[in-house]
Design a protein around this ligand. Sequence first.
Ligand code: AMP
Length: 284
Amino acid sequence: MEIITTVGELRDALEPGRLAGRTIGFVPTMGFLHEGHLSLIRESVTQSDVTVVSIFVNPTQFGPREDLDSYPRDAAGDARLCQDAGVDVLFMPTVEEVYPPGNRTGVEPGPLAEPLCGSFRPGHFRGVATVVAKLFNMVQPHRAWFGRKDYQQALVIQRMVRDLHVPVEVIALPTIREADGLAVSSRNAHLSPEARSRAACLSRGLFAALDAFRRGERDSERLLAIARAYLGETDSIQYLELVHAETLERIAGTVDAPAVMCTAAFIGGTRLIDNVLLSGSSDA
Ligand code: AMP
């Protein structure tokens, strides 16, 4: 595995394979890798000739009062995990490499970026869409893997790729969870043992609503109430919403379209997000 920090070296490393017709798979991350990241990486390694993983804690997707400075990092541990997973290139650029001096251009993601996390984190998805567009241009992968854990993010990126005719196939994979249901996340490292045990209430609430949905409940308010009953264990709920799975528009009344229930909440000072697709299949 090569560890690369500049765009020039990255191009030099990938060009021979590209010219030889090898497929390039890409998994962008912010590091502190866990089983969620590894599920995407393993899929890329299986499906691609060459796999590139990026680790870049992107400052433009953090708000002024958010956790950029305290975001967990472990470059050496991440490199070991990537090596063991069969990654070919680990790309770890500096902020200056990604945002050269005078950098001004950005990607405006449009209406999919407005509800849910977008309404509580102004500018977040502009930062995400911009950095992913930059990374796609640097790596020029054939396919890129994202997690449905960040459901809105995956939709924003899929929309961006369509709107800007970016020649990358974006694939979203299911959320990897701990044994008690908590969605695996780098930020879980911030949870005290006490907060960690409460944190499973998010997935418990969402899966209780999914259970009710599968038993035939279709009233959006009743489904939300079922989930909300579990969220009392959080310190505060930022949002709990039932939205259309493709447009992210709020569903009021009867759920008669593909839907996803999404939540963001604070537990022990850490902001956690989770979601569940309301579908009959077990692939939630
Ligand atoms: P992050 O490093 O948190 O920016 O995440 C990098 C990628 O990993 C994103 O596409 C996330 O959606 C994905 N990811 C993070 N956590 C999980 C998880 N628990 N299951 C599946 N994918 C995940």
